[in-house]
Write a protein that binds this ligand. Structure first.
Ligand SMILES: [Zn+2]
Length: 420
């Protein structure tokens, strides 16, 4: 019988109880689950993903020392956190304590808290200080099985400091196994020194900062916080269109504290994602469902900010939107890197099913970054980013609320986390 030349695998994982491929065609149910499965990697790519009984026909196996026995555990794509504010300095622990002790927002601002305190601390910090802080945060992300993290600027708010934050994010790529995907968020808030002349800040963003960001290839998308007290719909359009002209796809902080009508703008501009969505309504959701734009919900921010109103995840899914889930890791309203816990909150607060939640931090999160053809699912040719849970039941990822079941993490085919 003629046999095709088999690919030589450099690493393999055998005896996987359930492999969540996230490719419904290649396994059972919406998560594409293959039972009694195996994986093989060559370089940074997956070369085999499927039933273990077919592994040896498909690839030439590596030496025994490069084969991991998963002993019936669950394997799934490395998690993708598609919305974080990774790079900043300073702590707002005092502000948190004051807030939960009943201090008003005005009192907290008067005591030097709020986003502007992070801006001041971040402006004072050197690139190397910011780099060390962000590296430690990525260590925590990877400990939870997160292998790709989006990172927004937005605590510099002037030319020099916004570029500094994006350069730190770029430097991380050579220093840490987690992939960092950079987004420019100069329009996070109007900095204090521009409070009386916001038009001048918009001019600065559009005519000076964005062109430099694009010229130095420091970001792959452009985000705006479209909200009362931040940027109006018209200002949002102006900034996002300037980004698009420079080749930076749009993203939006949208419908978080009020309904602004920004979903129609996002769809019109072909935005990669609209994020937050606590105040999105069904007409918005219908617009989204027919578009390429991913709906990103951030339930940890709802909980941590002490709010009651979660994004209507159930309605978004039922309307046919592609829904992703992210931590919104940031120093003020969501200081967690625990993406699995955030998935539990997406089920409890936003009424996603467990399957929808897992898809929200894998396949759909990759789509929110425009990376779905490369990662977020498991199959031949995909990046070899894989999380192995210390459990035979994938639902334990959500059920162990606030815990950590990451047992092994592979990034680009290399084992980067080993836990006992
Ligand atoms: Zn955010």
């Amino acid at each position: 019988m003629h046999r095709m030349k088999r690919c030589k695998a450099e690493r393999a994982v055998v005896n996987i109880g359930s492999l969540l491929t996230l490719e419904p065609g290649s396994g059972a149910g919406p998560l594409g689950i293959v039972e009694r499965a195996a994986l093989a990697f060559a370089g940074e790519r997956i070369v085999y993903a499927g039933p273990e009984e077919k592994l040896r026909d498909a690839v030439e196996l590596p030496a025994a020392g490069s084969i991991l026995d998963a002993d019936g555990r669950v394997a799934l794509p490395g998690l993708v956190d598609c919305h974080t504010h990774l790079v900043f300095a300073g702590s707002r622990a005092g502000e948190f304590a004051a807030r939960v002790s009943g201090k008003s927002y005005e009192e907290i601002l008067a005591a030097g808290g709020g986003i502007h305190s992070t801006v001041e601390a971040t402006r004072r910090a050197s690139e190397s200080e910011l780099l060390a802080l962000a590296r430690r945060r990525l260590d925590r992300f990877i400990s939870f099985g997160v292998t790709t993290v989006e990172a927004k600027s937005g605590y510099g708010l002037d030319l020099e400091n916004e570029l500094k934050l994006l350069r730190v994010a770029r430097a991380l790529r050579g220093q840490h196994p987690v992939d960092v995907v950079s987004t420019f968020l100069g329009a996070h808030t109007v900095p204090r020194e521009y409070r009386e002349r916001r038009e001048a800040y918009l001019e600065l963003l559009v005519h000076e900062v964005l062109p430099r960001v694009a010229a130095e290839k420091l970001a792959v998308s452009c985000d705006v916080f479209c909200e009362r007290g931040a940027f109006t719909l018209e200002e949002t359009r102006r900034i996002l269109e300037a980004g698009l002209r420079l080749g930076l796809p749009a993203r939006l902080h949208a419908e978080q504290l009020s309904r602004s009508g920004s979903i129609a703008l996002a769809v019109e501009l072909g935005a990669l994602s609209v994020d937050h969505l606590e105040f999105i309504d069904e007409s918005d959701a219908r617009l989204l469902s027919g578009s390429r734009t991913t709906a990103v919900i951030l339930p940890a921010a709802t909980l941590f900010a002490g709010k009651q109103r979660y994004a209507p995840g159930r309605m978004l899914c039922d309307t046919g939107c592609r829904v992703a889930v992210s931590t919104d890791f940031n120093p003020g309203s969501s200081h967690t890197q625990n993406l699995p816990m955030t998935l539990t909150l997406a089920c409890l607060g936003c009424r996603l099913t467990p399957e929808e939640a897992v898809r929200g931090a894998t396949r759909h999160a990759a789509a929110a970054l425009g990376l779905e053809s490369d990662r977020g699912s498991i199959g031949p040719g995909k990046r070899a980013d894989v999380l192995i849970l210390d459990s035979p039941d994938w639902r334990d990822l959500l059920y162990h609320f606030g815990g950590n079941l990451a047992w092994r993490v592979f990034k680009n085919g290399q084992e980067v986390l080993v836990s006992r």
